[in-house]
Design a protein around this ligand. Sequence first.
Ligand code: ATP
Ligand code: MG
Length: 360
Amino acid sequence: MSKDRSYKIAVIPGDGIGKEVMPEGVRALEAAASRFGFSLDLQWHDFANCDYYAKHGQMMPDDWKARIGDVDAIFFGAVGWPDTVPDHISLWQSILQFRREYDQYVNLRPVRLMPGVPCPLAGRGPGDIDFWVVRENTEGEYSSIGGHMFPGTEREIVIQETVMTRHGVDRVLRFAFDLARTRDRRHVTSATKSNGIAITMPFWDGRVEAIGTEYPDVTHDKYHIDILTAQFVLNPQRFDVVVASNLFGDILSDLGPACAGTIGVAPSANINPDGTSPSLFEPVHGSAPDIAGKGIANPVGQIWSAAMMLEHFGEDAAAAGIMAAIEAVLATPEGRTPDLKGSADTVTCGKAISEAIAGA
Ligand code: ATP
Ligand code: MG
């Protein structure tokens, strides 16, 4: 919690439904600020979207970092409009820039089945699915080191390297073990594939063992990624904190929320735990061009991301207030959006949550 409880936040809605769910995220933040007594300085930015690209030939201005300036956090919607800009350009020139430039080396996603959200896994209810996925966010399999030789010929060769550094691996593992310490079960599961990926993954496994010895009060185990994905579906109650490399974490952090219902409610945080630059909070879902403009997008992923941001600030009571409001509204069909078989539109659902926050 900052001394004056005043938070400067860059607000970047992005594309598609990002522009529709962001106002609901902000409405929830404002309701929480007045109910829980902190203040907000919200700075809206109209870049990191594909309209900006159409006008300027790039997703962000060259001086984007200066324009964002010294903020406590970035509140982000969703980016991408594949009809105008290919996804690999829109994402690399926006969200991936933020992650790398701000050294947001942890991507954190809660996987929790909320009451009122139908679970695609037979026989599972709230309480059966409650864990965190901690994804390494700055190195690993997502590197631009490699080469492409003899393109278009029979001799064509492509190579892309995985980069793991001891510094990069250790810091995300420590974050996962620290997180496990805050939980009742105190258990870390590591995603590996050291039976097939014979250099980087055995290194990863070795670092898990080494860091694990620093946390004698936290138990840990490991699964190969193939069987781990099966276990997410078959035995989700087995997990507490799951830590994974960039690629494996990417896969698990979509599979997890899908097991817990809909990606429309799932939040995420890109965290710089050292506090040397701002962290970024965004829903898991993308810009959803198929439903954009219809006003039916589920705003809960954006609003839950606001709760994660407030928790990051140390505003725990406000974060809990938002979560209680989400749970109350999702419990009724009139509060839920069509993806959850409800009748509410984006604004109706968002307003109901904000009213519940105000009355918390
Ligand atoms: P990414 O941007 O990560 O590549 P994507 O484009 O593959 O994601 P999304 O944009 O997240 O995927 O959409 C996937 C599906 O989920 C679409 O059918 C979309 O309509 C639906 N969806 C995504 N977010 C929401 C939401 N907030 N409310 C309702 N439906 C959603
Ligand atoms: Mg997309």
